[in-house]
Design a protein around this ligand. Sequence first.
Ligand SMILES: *[C@@H]1O[C@H](CO)[C@@H](O)[C@H](O)[C@H]1NC(C)=O
Ligand SMILES: *[C@@H]1O[C@H](CO)[C@@H](O)[C@H](O)[C@H]1NC(C)=O
Ligand SMILES: *[C@@H]1O[C@H](CO)[C@@H](O)[C@H](O)[C@H]1NC(C)=O
Ligand SMILES: *[C@@H]1O[C@H](CO)[C@@H](O)[C@H](O)[C@H]1NC(C)=O
Length: 566
Amino acid sequence: MFRHVAVIVFLGYALAFPEASERSRRSTTENPLVTTPLGQIKGTVMTSRLGKPIYAFRGIRYAKAPVNELRFKPPEPVEKWEGVYNATEDGPLCPQPTTDPVSEDCLILNVYSTKLPKSAENPKRSVIVYIHAGGFYSVGSTSYWAGPNYFMDQDIVLVTINYRLGTLGFLSTGDKEAPGNNGLKDQVQALKWVKQNIEAFGGDPDCVTIMGYSAGAMSVILHMVSPMSQDLFHKAVAMSGSPLGNWPIPHNQLDLAKKQAKFVGCPDDTAANIVKCLKTKPFNELGESLPKFKEFANDPVMIWSAVIEPDFGQPRFLTAHPIYLIQNGQFKRVPLITGLTEDEFGPKAFAVINNETLTKEINSEWEKKAPIAFLYERDTDYSKSISKELKTFYLHDKPVDQSQLKPLAQLYADSVIGFGVNRAAKLFAEYSNTSVYYYRFSYQGRYSLFYTPESNNTVPYGVIHHDDLMYLFYVSKLFKESSPTEVEMVSKLTALYANFAKTENPIPAPSEKLDNVKWEPFTLKEQKYMDIGNKLQMQEKLYEKRYAEWEKLFPLGQYSKNKQSH
Ligand SMILES: *[C@@H]1O[C@H](CO)[C@@H](O)[C@H](O)[C@H]1NC(C)=O
Ligand SMILES: *[C@@H]1O[C@H](CO)[C@@H](O)[C@H](O)[C@H]1NC(C)=O
Ligand SMILES: *[C@@H]1O[C@H](CO)[C@@H](O)[C@H](O)[C@H]1NC(C)=O
Ligand SMILES: *[C@@H]1O[C@H](CO)[C@@H](O)[C@H](O)[C@H]1NC(C)=O
């Protein structure tokens, strides 16, 4: 039986988890060896859910260690090595508050394959590159966060990547000291590594799907519009995350740089002084200052973001607002799967409603706290009008209290994830000529990342952020391996995404295993989506009234002048 253990801080809010069981390191004594253009790499053998041997190469360095003079600099490619690179263990996470191993030298990736090339024969399987979640400030690609055990029963090659987080990955001072986006430039470097080396693992460099969750999904959509990433992938999956919603995308985050400087005792007067002093601080001091950035009830849930990089002569990851780039055709046209879970960030409502202090604060200072919780611009007349409208639409102008749990949960769900994802589906359906597959994940399993306090933390609140990911990746950090009740969902979900990676279609031919249904692409007219519940079912017009409210508050017309925010 699961025992409920300490509450941990995840994506900015506290959740209770069943205790993790044994980790998935069942390696044998046999060590697979591959020869890449950079040098030889030795791995281990892990085992898939159905018992296939997985050739696992973990902790492979894809960029030079971003330390000392390279701290706050874009990533630099690795050089060739002599001898055999030891990729037999999980590498570190990038610095963050955790008891797991962390290191600033964290630019590593992991490759999993079940068929390595043999002499002249290369299986050239479709490749999925997974970009992890964690709000751009937590978690990582290690096998205890993103275990390959489920996915590798499909005939694909899986790559999971680390990228710099928090201040070390996203410091952006608005001048050439730190133009920003280094964490995203790390991802580009990892994708370049995949293109150059994946054949050695039996992967096809011309068939690469980038897949991301939450902050990773935002990253996926940013790669679609980034001039740096255009040659590096062929299909995209953005799960429960999008940079196209209410969250402003600034030209810099000097305000955060100044906060970071203060938190570790650095001067905050000029960008040059901030960067100079932050370079001297131990990496763990920077990683561990994360909680100090929180302002209200563990919000904002997202802190660092991509920035629209002004041109200082540096290679730029993001040159304009992504909505502007999409509207102007400046993006990579690739088939896309995007969607969300039924309840997303709904449980955040509990934190506010079950805490008298917070309830009081949000009621007395709605215009001040709402933009922090629901992620839109602050302190302007526009901001005030949004706060007012949202209060009317979701709460019928009544104060927050126990009776408002459901509408407040919907407000969190729509503001943090839902609206942005819906807008992504609509924009790509309008401006791209490739298929957009839209979904809602509503399957309620026994386990969740949140159980209601009323049930003494035993009954899931609903289907929340990350509740689908546990059927795709084995997260031994948090869960036991899926038991018979849930394996059907493991087998369905891994099949849908592997099909997409291989054929550009999640259901190339209806089959009993996938409930004999056809997944029809999303169009603006019909707005069809796949409801992934006990059965797969096509439905239409997801949460239509709720998203119409957001469309009204954040009209698309305002992006046509390449403005920086709203
Ligand atoms: C490779 O790394 C593992 C784990 O750190 C270690 O046990 C092993 O001895 C290393 N092998 C070599 C050849 O360095
Ligand atoms: C309620 O929230 C306040 C402010 O964040 C916090 O200091 C306090 O510990 C919380 N109370 C409980 C019972 O969780
Ligand atoms: C979509 O448009 C692009 C650019 O106009 C073109 O190169 C591509 O072949 C088109 N793809 C499809 C599937 O029509
Ligand atoms: C709630 O769960 C805890 C831990 O499992 C247990 O010790 C406690 O007795 C339970 N309380 C109630 C009211 O069921």
